[in-house]
Design a binder for this molecule. Structure first.
Ligand code: 5RP
Length: 231
């Protein structure tokens, strides 16, 4: 598929990713503004005869997919996903990620884990030399104070994410609270990921270091895309 060439890096990345989707695929649909462009392009391809089934990673993505006529199944209804297309907030040179600006990192990790292939779509502002947080952390409400204290003991500061046009904390699609853990530069993302995910009460953090070996990153530029990782 060609790029629309309209000078929008996110749209170029999202559109290029849609070109990886083949007839009959089960496609994991990530969350965010870049994947939304992928869905726009998939909707067009569906009108032209493409048959796919999407597995959404958030309520927002499910709503958009339904508007676009993309048939959906839940993760429980499929035994494998051929390809997942998702966004990211930070991408380091080893293709380790921070995700979760949209508070969807737990479902995004489940869907990525069930996928044969993961494509990350982003503009070049997401590329960094070193991951540096903040790291989104989803926490069960019961353990909120406990997890905040445990994270603060590791160093850094913790902010409970507040809603926009809603008083009080953001509540995730899973009914949990989202913390933004300000870590500063992260020397060892794998270790940090495992330490955070092992705190009782944490459902999942936004560091995703384990997918770098199977990942393609499509970096949108104003008039083209760069491909990092798996071709
Ligand atoms: C949501 C995410 C998004 O994929 C990430 O924030 C990228 O979003 P955008 O494409 O809007 O920049 O992790 O939880």
């Amino acid at each position: 598929m060609t790029n629309p060439g309209n000078g929008n890096p996110k749209e170029n990345a999202g559109c290029r990713a849609a070109g990886y989707v083949r007839d009959g695929m089960i496609v994991g649909l990530g969350t965010g503004s870049t994947v939304a462009y992928t869905m726009d392009h998939l909707a067009q391809q569906i009108k032209e005869g493409l048959r796919i089934t999407g597995v959404p990673t958030s309520l927002q993505t499910a709503m958009k997919a339904r508007e676009h006529g993309i048939p959906l199944l839940s993760l429980d209804d499929v035994t494998r996903i051929d390809l997942t297309i998702d966004g990211a907030d930070q991408i380091d040179p080893s293709l380790r990620l921070i995700k979760g600006r949209g508070a969807a990192q737990v479902r995004e990790r489940c869907v990525a884990d069930a996928s044969e292939r993961l494509i990350i779509v982003a503009d070049s502002s997401k590329l960094c030399n070193q991951l540096s947080g903040p790291v989104p952390v989803e926490v069960i409400p019961f353990a909120l104070g406990h997890v905040v204290r445990r994270l603060e003991k590791l160093g850094g500061t913790v902010v409970v994410r507040e809603g926009v046009k809603k008083d009080g904390p953001v509540v995730s699609d899973n009914g949990n609270i989202i913390l933004d853990y300000h870590t500063g530069p992260i020397e060892n993302p794998e270790t940090m990921e495992s330490i955070i995910n092992n705190i009782p009460g944490v459902v999942g953090c936004g560091i995703m270091a384990e997918f770098s070996g199977v990942m393609t990153v499509i970096v949108g530029e104003p008039n083209d895309c760069r491909i990092l990782g798996r071709p």
